[in-house]
Design a protein around this ligand. Sequence first.
Ligand code: TYD
Length: 192
Amino acid sequence: MLVTLEGIDGSGKTTTISSLQEVYPTAVYTLEPTDSWYGDAVRNSIHANNADPLAELFLYMADHAYHLQTIIIPALDDGKLVISDRYIDSRYAYQSASLDGIIEDPLSYIEKIHQPWTILPDLTLYFDIPPELGAQRSGSTNKFEQISFLKKVHDNYEQIISKNPDRFVRIDASLPTEDVIQAVIKSISNSL
Ligand code: TYD
């Protein structure tokens, strides 16, 4: 089973993962951008204020292709529970925002170019926080962490959730960490 964690910057996904490791010790924990040279290319781009948004989309997709082939598919074939900190919906939400006004209907385009070769998650936990809180918690240190950008990303996540209501579970990530962790564990165990 493939579980993905999604949300805007500062939504607290990464903090939750260390607690999940205690509850599901045999699961495979992974993330996008990956720890690989593809992921390094993406991270270089995140910190480049003049990065081309279309080029950036394809860097993220290259990293996703690598992630699928080297980590996701082998672990699923082994029957493992796979938990990924960010996955396709990050592209759908973030790159739709960065390509807004550059290409027509970016969300449909990004979905279309993933669809032939990606694997959809069985469950996606959406860590919901207001964009103002996300910007404050993340420290607004790069171009993606600015309130105006996070507002667009937040709207895009809402659009994706309304199109895929069966795959998503919304987690109120503005609650205290312990409550967030309990809600996450409950959703995963309900789906196992
Ligand atoms: P991440 O390392 O998860 O950052 P954080 O831990 O601060 O949430 O992701 C890095 C940034 O890259 C984050 O701002 C989200 C963005 N991102 C995209 O724009 N598209 C993507 O496909 C992915 C995976 C991440």
